[in-house]
Write a protein that binds this ligand. Structure first.
Ligand SMILES: *Cc1c(COP(=O)(O)O)cnc(C)c1O
Length: 366
Protein backbone atom coordinates (compact mmCIF):
# COMPACT_ATOMS: atom_id res chain seq x y z
CA UNK A 1 0.00 0.00 0.00
CA UNK A 2 2.83 2.34 0.94
CA UNK A 3 4.65 1.54 -2.32
CA UNK A 4 1.56 2.34 -4.36
CA UNK A 5 1.13 5.63 -2.49
CA UNK A 6 4.77 6.57 -3.09
CA UNK A 7 4.47 5.78 -6.80
CA UNK A 8 1.25 7.76 -7.12
CA UNK A 9 2.72 10.72 -5.23
CA UNK A 10 5.29 11.29 -7.96
CA UNK A 11 2.53 11.65 -10.56
CA UNK A 12 -0.16 13.55 -8.67
CA UNK A 13 0.74 16.90 -10.16
CA UNK A 14 1.56 15.55 -13.60
CA UNK A 15 -1.94 14.21 -14.12
CA UNK A 16 -3.49 17.67 -14.09
CA UNK A 17 -0.96 19.53 -16.24
CA UNK A 18 -1.73 21.28 -19.51
CA UNK A 19 0.59 21.13 -22.50
CA UNK A 20 3.70 23.22 -21.80
CA UNK A 21 3.27 23.38 -18.00
CA UNK A 22 6.37 22.73 -15.89
CA UNK A 23 6.53 19.26 -14.33
CA UNK A 24 7.84 20.72 -11.06
CA UNK A 25 5.53 23.20 -9.31
CA UNK A 26 6.44 26.88 -9.64
CA UNK A 27 7.12 28.90 -6.50
CA UNK A 28 4.37 31.50 -6.45
CA UNK A 29 5.25 34.68 -4.59
CA UNK A 30 2.04 36.57 -3.94
CA UNK A 31 0.45 38.62 -1.20
CA UNK A 32 -2.19 40.13 -3.51
CA UNK A 33 -4.28 38.45 -6.20
CA UNK A 34 -6.24 39.94 -9.08
CA UNK A 35 -9.62 40.24 -7.41
CA UNK A 36 -12.10 42.57 -9.10
CA UNK A 37 -15.73 42.62 -7.99
CA UNK A 38 -17.21 40.15 -5.53
CA UNK A 39 -14.64 37.87 -3.83
CA UNK A 40 -15.24 34.12 -3.53
CA UNK A 41 -14.05 30.93 -5.17
CA UNK A 42 -10.60 32.29 -6.04
CA UNK A 43 -7.41 33.23 -4.19
CA UNK A 44 -7.98 36.45 -2.25
CA UNK A 45 -4.98 37.22 -0.06
CA UNK A 46 -1.62 35.64 0.78
CA UNK A 47 -2.43 34.81 4.41
CA UNK A 48 -5.35 32.59 3.41
CA UNK A 49 -4.51 31.40 -0.12
CA UNK A 50 -1.21 30.19 -1.52
CA UNK A 51 -0.80 28.01 -4.65
CA UNK A 52 2.58 26.62 -3.50
CA UNK A 53 1.07 25.50 -0.16
CA UNK A 54 -1.68 23.81 -2.12
CA UNK A 55 0.81 21.84 -4.21
CA UNK A 56 2.51 20.57 -1.04
CA UNK A 57 -0.78 19.96 0.78
CA UNK A 58 -1.88 17.87 -2.20
CA UNK A 59 1.04 15.49 -1.54
CA UNK A 60 0.49 15.47 2.24
CA UNK A 61 -3.24 14.79 1.77
CA UNK A 62 -2.39 11.91 -0.52
CA UNK A 63 -0.06 10.41 2.10
CA UNK A 64 -2.58 10.88 4.94
CA UNK A 65 -5.74 10.05 2.96
CA UNK A 66 -7.16 13.17 4.57
CA UNK A 67 -7.25 16.92 4.00
CA UNK A 68 -3.92 18.32 5.23
CA UNK A 69 -2.92 21.84 6.17
CA UNK A 70 0.65 23.05 5.97
CA UNK A 71 2.27 25.04 8.81
CA UNK A 72 5.62 26.80 9.19
CA UNK A 73 6.82 24.29 11.84
CA UNK A 74 5.71 21.24 13.76
CA UNK A 75 4.96 23.42 16.78
CA UNK A 76 2.81 25.74 14.65
CA UNK A 77 0.82 22.66 13.56
CA UNK A 78 0.50 21.41 17.15
CA UNK A 79 -0.53 24.88 18.38
CA UNK A 80 -3.17 25.06 15.66
CA UNK A 81 -4.57 21.63 16.58
CA UNK A 82 -4.79 22.49 20.28
CA UNK A 83 -6.03 26.09 19.99
CA UNK A 84 -8.65 24.92 17.48
CA UNK A 85 -10.06 22.26 19.81
CA UNK A 86 -9.69 23.52 23.43
CA UNK A 87 -11.54 26.13 25.41
CA UNK A 88 -11.49 27.38 29.01
CA UNK A 89 -12.54 24.69 31.47
CA UNK A 90 -11.47 21.78 29.22
CA UNK A 91 -9.06 19.10 30.36
CA UNK A 92 -6.07 18.21 28.16
CA UNK A 93 -3.96 15.07 28.61
CA UNK A 94 -0.35 15.18 27.36
CA UNK A 95 2.51 12.70 27.67
CA UNK A 96 4.98 13.60 30.43
CA UNK A 97 7.87 12.12 28.41
CA UNK A 98 7.11 13.29 24.87
CA UNK A 99 8.45 16.25 22.91
CA UNK A 100 9.02 18.87 25.63
CA UNK A 101 7.73 21.95 23.80
CA UNK A 102 4.22 20.48 23.81
CA UNK A 103 4.27 20.52 27.62
CA UNK A 104 5.69 24.06 27.54
CA UNK A 105 2.91 25.22 25.22
CA UNK A 106 0.33 23.62 27.51
CA UNK A 107 1.82 24.97 30.74
CA UNK A 108 2.79 28.46 29.61
CA UNK A 109 -0.12 29.30 27.33
CA UNK A 110 -3.07 26.90 27.49
CA UNK A 111 -3.06 26.59 31.29
CA UNK A 112 -3.29 30.35 31.89
CA UNK A 113 -6.26 30.48 29.47
CA UNK A 114 -8.18 28.06 31.69
CA UNK A 115 -7.29 24.67 30.20
CA UNK A 116 -6.53 22.08 32.88
CA UNK A 117 -3.39 20.21 31.79
CA UNK A 118 -2.71 16.67 33.03
CA UNK A 119 0.52 14.77 32.29
CA UNK A 120 1.00 11.01 32.15
CA UNK A 121 3.94 8.80 31.18
CA UNK A 122 3.68 7.07 27.79
CA UNK A 123 4.16 3.70 29.47
CA UNK A 124 0.81 3.13 31.14
CA UNK A 125 -0.83 6.03 29.26
CA UNK A 126 -4.28 4.42 29.57
CA UNK A 127 -4.05 3.98 33.34
CA UNK A 128 -6.63 6.23 34.96
CA UNK A 129 -8.82 6.19 31.85
CA UNK A 130 -9.83 9.07 29.59
CA UNK A 131 -13.09 10.19 31.19
CA UNK A 132 -13.42 13.97 31.30
CA UNK A 133 -10.65 14.86 28.82
CA UNK A 134 -11.68 17.09 25.92
CA UNK A 135 -8.43 16.37 24.09
CA UNK A 136 -5.89 13.57 24.51
CA UNK A 137 -2.53 14.30 22.90
CA UNK A 138 -0.58 11.14 22.00
CA UNK A 139 2.99 10.78 20.81
CA UNK A 140 4.05 7.30 19.66
CA UNK A 141 6.83 6.25 19.49
CA UNK A 142 7.63 8.87 22.11
CA UNK A 143 10.55 11.20 21.54
CA UNK A 144 13.10 10.46 22.92
CA UNK A 145 12.26 7.31 24.93
CA UNK A 146 10.70 5.32 22.02
CA UNK A 147 7.87 3.96 24.16
CA UNK A 148 4.58 3.22 22.40
CA UNK A 149 0.89 3.92 22.96
CA UNK A 150 -1.65 1.43 21.60
CA UNK A 151 -3.32 3.73 19.08
CA UNK A 152 -6.40 1.69 18.18
CA UNK A 153 -7.28 0.96 21.82
CA UNK A 154 -6.54 4.48 23.06
CA UNK A 155 -8.36 6.29 20.25
CA UNK A 156 -11.41 4.07 20.78
CA UNK A 157 -11.37 4.63 24.55
CA UNK A 158 -11.03 8.42 24.19
CA UNK A 159 -13.83 8.53 21.62
CA UNK A 160 -15.98 6.40 23.92
CA UNK A 161 -15.38 8.93 26.69
CA UNK A 162 -16.40 11.80 24.38
CA UNK A 163 -12.94 13.27 23.76
CA UNK A 164 -10.76 13.94 20.71
CA UNK A 165 -7.37 12.39 19.99
CA UNK A 166 -4.50 14.32 18.45
CA UNK A 167 -1.59 12.08 17.47
CA UNK A 168 1.92 13.41 16.90
CA UNK A 169 3.22 11.13 14.12
CA UNK A 170 6.58 12.90 13.68
CA UNK A 171 8.81 9.96 14.53
CA UNK A 172 7.18 7.58 12.00
CA UNK A 173 5.81 9.76 9.14
CA UNK A 174 2.67 8.66 7.22
CA UNK A 175 4.77 5.96 5.52
CA UNK A 176 5.55 4.26 8.83
CA UNK A 177 2.32 4.65 10.79
CA UNK A 178 -1.25 5.69 9.97
CA UNK A 179 -2.95 7.06 13.10
CA UNK A 180 -6.09 8.22 11.25
CA UNK A 181 -6.68 4.63 10.06
CA UNK A 182 -6.31 3.52 13.69
CA UNK A 183 -9.03 5.90 14.86
CA UNK A 184 -7.27 9.18 15.63
CA UNK A 185 -9.27 12.38 15.07
CA UNK A 186 -6.26 14.45 14.06
CA UNK A 187 -2.64 13.87 13.10
CA UNK A 188 0.03 16.49 13.67
CA UNK A 189 3.62 16.20 12.51
CA UNK A 190 6.87 18.07 12.27
CA UNK A 191 7.87 17.81 8.61
CA UNK A 192 11.13 19.42 9.66
CA UNK A 193 12.27 15.87 10.42
CA UNK A 194 12.27 13.00 7.89
CA UNK A 195 9.74 14.51 5.43
CA UNK A 196 11.98 17.59 4.93
CA UNK A 197 14.95 15.38 5.57
CA UNK A 198 17.86 17.61 4.53
CA UNK A 199 18.33 19.63 7.74
CA UNK A 200 17.52 22.88 5.94
CA UNK A 201 13.82 23.62 6.38
CA UNK A 202 11.12 23.82 9.06
CA UNK A 203 7.52 22.86 8.29
CA UNK A 204 4.67 20.88 9.83
CA UNK A 205 1.15 19.75 9.05
CA UNK A 206 -2.23 18.87 10.52
CA UNK A 207 -4.44 16.23 8.88
CA UNK A 208 -7.98 15.23 9.79
CA UNK A 209 -10.92 13.51 8.08
CA UNK A 210 -13.37 15.57 10.15
CA UNK A 211 -14.37 18.45 7.84
CA UNK A 212 -15.44 20.73 10.70
CA UNK A 213 -12.15 20.24 12.54
CA UNK A 214 -10.19 20.85 9.34
CA UNK A 215 -12.08 24.09 8.77
CA UNK A 216 -11.39 25.24 12.33
CA UNK A 217 -7.65 24.51 11.97
CA UNK A 218 -7.60 26.37 8.65
CA UNK A 219 -9.37 29.30 10.28
CA UNK A 220 -6.80 29.31 13.12
CA UNK A 221 -3.98 29.49 10.55
CA UNK A 222 -5.63 32.36 8.70
CA UNK A 223 -6.52 34.48 11.72
CA UNK A 224 -3.50 33.73 13.91
CA UNK A 225 -1.33 34.33 10.84
CA UNK A 226 1.44 31.79 11.41
CA UNK A 227 1.77 30.76 7.75
CA UNK A 228 4.51 28.94 5.83
CA UNK A 229 6.55 30.76 3.22
CA UNK A 230 6.18 29.65 -0.41
CA UNK A 231 9.83 28.64 -0.70
CA UNK A 232 9.64 26.51 2.45
CA UNK A 233 6.49 24.85 1.09
CA UNK A 234 8.25 24.19 -2.21
CA UNK A 235 11.29 22.68 -0.47
CA UNK A 236 9.00 20.27 1.40
CA UNK A 237 7.26 19.40 -1.89
CA UNK A 238 10.63 18.55 -3.38
CA UNK A 239 11.63 16.49 -0.31
CA UNK A 240 8.37 14.53 -0.22
CA UNK A 241 9.18 13.17 -3.68
CA UNK A 242 12.12 11.22 -2.22
CA UNK A 243 10.71 10.49 1.26
CA UNK A 244 9.97 6.84 0.45
CA UNK A 245 13.58 6.26 -0.64
CA UNK A 246 15.18 8.06 2.29
CA UNK A 247 12.79 6.64 4.89
CA UNK A 248 13.24 3.06 3.64
CA UNK A 249 17.03 3.38 3.63
CA UNK A 250 17.10 4.96 7.10
CA UNK A 251 14.77 2.33 8.60
CA UNK A 252 16.61 -0.58 6.96
CA UNK A 253 19.94 0.71 8.26
CA UNK A 254 18.51 1.20 11.77
CA UNK A 255 17.20 -2.36 11.65
CA UNK A 256 20.72 -3.58 10.78
CA UNK A 257 22.52 -1.37 13.28
CA UNK A 258 20.29 -1.71 16.36
CA UNK A 259 21.23 -5.31 17.25
CA UNK A 260 24.92 -4.62 16.59
CA UNK A 261 24.81 -1.54 18.83
CA UNK A 262 22.86 -3.43 21.49
CA UNK A 263 25.57 -6.11 21.55
CA UNK A 264 28.47 -3.64 21.90
CA UNK A 265 30.05 -3.76 25.38
CA UNK A 266 30.06 0.07 25.70
CA UNK A 267 26.26 0.16 25.30
CA UNK A 268 24.36 -0.39 28.55
CA UNK A 269 20.94 -0.34 26.91
CA UNK A 270 19.68 0.03 23.34
CA UNK A 271 16.06 0.96 22.70
CA UNK A 272 14.66 0.21 19.24
CA UNK A 273 11.17 -1.17 18.56
CA UNK A 274 12.68 -3.66 16.11
CA UNK A 275 14.73 -5.42 18.80
CA UNK A 276 12.84 -8.60 19.79
CA UNK A 277 13.32 -7.96 23.53
CA UNK A 278 12.31 -4.29 23.39
CA UNK A 279 9.26 -3.31 25.49
CA UNK A 280 7.80 -1.67 22.35
CA UNK A 281 8.37 -4.65 20.05
CA UNK A 282 4.98 -6.39 19.95
CA UNK A 283 2.93 -3.23 19.71
CA UNK A 284 5.26 -1.89 17.02
CA UNK A 285 4.61 -4.99 14.93
CA UNK A 286 0.88 -4.49 15.34
CA UNK A 287 0.60 -0.79 14.49
CA UNK A 288 3.73 0.36 12.65
CA UNK A 289 4.81 -0.51 9.08
CA UNK A 290 8.50 -0.24 10.03
CA UNK A 291 10.44 0.26 13.25
CA UNK A 292 11.67 3.70 12.33
CA UNK A 293 15.16 5.19 12.17
CA UNK A 294 15.63 6.38 15.75
CA UNK A 295 17.68 4.36 18.24
CA UNK A 296 18.07 5.18 21.93
CA UNK A 297 21.48 4.29 23.38
CA UNK A 298 22.39 4.47 27.04
CA UNK A 299 26.13 4.79 27.51
CA UNK A 300 27.99 4.81 30.83
CA UNK A 301 27.76 8.51 31.62
CA UNK A 302 27.65 12.03 30.21
CA UNK A 303 31.35 12.06 29.28
CA UNK A 304 31.14 8.77 27.37
CA UNK A 305 28.06 9.93 25.51
CA UNK A 306 29.64 13.25 24.53
CA UNK A 307 32.86 11.52 23.47
CA UNK A 308 30.96 8.98 21.35
CA UNK A 309 29.11 11.76 19.53
CA UNK A 310 32.23 13.93 19.09
CA UNK A 311 34.56 11.22 17.85
CA UNK A 312 32.28 9.52 15.32
CA UNK A 313 33.00 11.15 11.95
CA UNK A 314 29.59 10.12 10.56
CA UNK A 315 27.49 11.71 13.32
CA UNK A 316 26.43 15.35 13.37
CA UNK A 317 26.14 16.59 16.96
CA UNK A 318 22.80 18.30 16.53
CA UNK A 319 19.33 18.51 17.99
CA UNK A 320 16.45 17.35 15.78
CA UNK A 321 16.49 14.16 13.67
CA UNK A 322 15.35 12.56 10.43
CA UNK A 323 17.95 14.14 8.15
CA UNK A 324 20.02 12.39 5.50
CA UNK A 325 23.04 12.97 7.76
CA UNK A 326 23.08 10.66 10.78
CA UNK A 327 22.95 12.75 13.93
CA UNK A 328 22.98 12.28 17.67
CA UNK A 329 22.50 14.14 20.88
CA UNK A 330 22.45 13.66 24.62
CA UNK A 331 18.86 14.47 25.49
CA UNK A 332 19.56 15.17 29.16
CA UNK A 333 21.16 18.42 27.97
CA UNK A 334 17.61 19.74 27.36
CA UNK A 335 16.29 18.41 30.65
CA UNK A 336 14.50 15.33 29.26
CA UNK A 337 13.99 12.78 32.04
CA UNK A 338 16.57 10.32 30.68
CA UNK A 339 19.93 9.03 31.94
CA UNK A 340 22.86 11.49 31.54
CA UNK A 341 24.49 8.97 29.15
CA UNK A 342 21.35 8.54 26.99
CA UNK A 343 21.94 9.35 23.30
CA UNK A 344 19.19 9.69 20.71
CA UNK A 345 20.65 8.42 17.47
CA UNK A 346 19.01 9.34 14.18
CA UNK A 347 20.16 7.05 11.39
CA UNK A 348 20.66 8.83 8.06
CA UNK A 349 21.11 7.64 4.50
CA UNK A 350 24.83 6.81 4.61
CA UNK A 351 25.52 3.33 3.22
CA UNK A 352 25.22 1.14 6.29
CA UNK A 353 28.57 -0.66 6.50
CA UNK A 354 30.78 2.46 6.51
CA UNK A 355 28.35 3.95 9.02
CA UNK A 356 28.63 0.88 11.24
CA UNK A 357 32.44 0.99 11.03
CA UNK A 358 32.41 4.61 12.21
CA UNK A 359 29.92 3.96 15.03
CA UNK A 360 31.83 0.88 16.19
CA UNK A 361 35.16 2.69 16.18
CA UNK A 362 33.74 5.53 18.28
CA UNK A 363 32.23 3.04 20.76
CA UNK A 364 35.46 0.99 20.84
CA UNK A 365 37.33 4.15 21.83
CA UNK A 366 35.25 4.83 24.97
C1 LIG B 1 10.57 18.26 16.43
C2 LIG B 1 9.29 17.79 16.98
C3 LIG B 1 8.21 18.66 17.08
C4 LIG B 1 8.32 20.13 16.75
O1 LIG B 1 8.61 20.37 15.42
P1 LIG B 1 9.26 21.73 14.85
O2 LIG B 1 9.20 21.55 13.39
O3 LIG B 1 10.65 21.80 15.41
O4 LIG B 1 8.43 22.85 15.37
C5 LIG B 1 7.01 18.17 17.54
N1 LIG B 1 6.87 16.87 17.89
C6 LIG B 1 7.90 16.01 17.82
C7 LIG B 1 7.69 14.60 18.24
C8 LIG B 1 9.13 16.44 17.37
O5 LIG B 1 10.15 15.59 17.32
Amino acid sequence: MTDTKAAQLLHLRGQSLAKGDPIAPPITLASMYHLPGTPGGVAAYGRSDQPTWEATEHLLSHLEDAPALLFPSGMAAISAALFATLKAGDRLLVPSDGYYNVRKLADQFLGPLGVKVVERPTTGFAEGGFEGFAVVFIETPSNPGLDLVDLAATCAAVRGAGGLTVVDNTTMTPLGQRPLDLGADMVVASDTKAPGGHSDNLTGHVATRDAALAERVRSWRTVAGGIPGPFEAWLLHRSLETLHLRFAAMCTSAETLAPRLAAHPAVQLARYPGLPGDPSHNLARAQMATNGFLIGLTLKDEASAERFIETCPFLRPATSFGGVHSSAERRARWGDAVAPGFVRLSIGTEPVEPLWDALKQALDGL
